[in-house]
Design a protein around this ligand. Structure first.
Ligand SMILES: [Zn+2]
Length: 231
């Protein structure tokens, strides 16, 4: 069966290793940057950046969890985890400024973000439904030719997930680039302390690269599996 195919793990092994390394790197650089104080909290830094950009309408809330920080474009709310919201550290202001960067992208209708938001339904519908289309198509279409559309449909749907992952990269890279620039411009982090912020944000960027690589390799695997001839 496809889900136990060891070949699949060969396809995605590099992405899994990269994801594992990047997550370790995020944790260690975040811990390092937590030792370096900043004069604003994460929430304070985000508020400062948002207000300076005229985004007083974007609220800042606290959410539970570790590194659960995100910007919600639908509610126009920036949600920061506990260790980011109230901590006066370069780690906290770095993450908060990155999320504020997403709010700025949203306010400017930054094209990759618009594309990413458009791809979200396909990507969230994604996962299980796509797997079942592929398995259903594989098992049923030899007996019921009318269901032959399931496999190409499943692969097309998964291609949407890959597109989402691909446009996610410029969205994330740009948010971090904005964060690095704004923290210095607004004097929130001193030049010599920016190295700590940069390490955290660069490590986080690798987690997105790993996610994208895994999606691309999974798509290639599906294409190989269903159209690569008999094996
Ligand atoms: Zn982000």
């Amino acid at each position: 069966m496809m889900f136990f195919d060891p070949v699949y793990f060969l396809y995605i092994a590099p992405a899994l290793l990269l994801a594992f390394w990047a997550q370790m790197r995020v944790k260690s650089t975040f811990a390092q940057a937590q030792e370096v104080r900043a004069h604003l909290s994460g929430a304070g830094a985000a508020r400062h950046i948002l207000d300076a950009a005229g985004l007083q309408n974007v609220a800042i809330e606290q959410v539970p969890g570790q590194l659960s920080d995100h910007y919600d474009p639908r509610d126009k709310v920036l949600r920061l985890s506990q260790s980011v919201y109230s901590a006066h550290t370069t780690a906290a202001v770095g993450i908060a400024a990155h999320e504020a960067g997403h709010a700025l992208q949203d306010a400017q209708n930054y094209v990759p973000l618009v594309l990413r938001n458009a791809a979200v339904p396909a990507a969230t519908f994604g996962g299980n439904a796509i797997i079942w289309m592929l398995i259903g198509g594989m098992l049923l279409s030899p007996k019921i030719p009318a269901l032959a559309f399931l496999v190409p449909l499943g692969i097309a749907a998964f291609a949407c997930v890959v597109v989402f992952q691909l446009v996610n990269l410029p969205v994330e890279f740009d948010a971090s680039a904005r964060a690095k620039k704004l923290l210095v411009e607004h004097g929130i982090v001193a030049d010599q302390d920016m190295v700590y912020v940069n390490r955290v944000l660069n490590a986080a960027a690798w987690t997105y690269v790993a996610g994208t690589l895994q999606a691309v390799m999974t798509l290639l695997y599906y294409i190989m599996r269903f159209y690569g001839g008999r094996d």
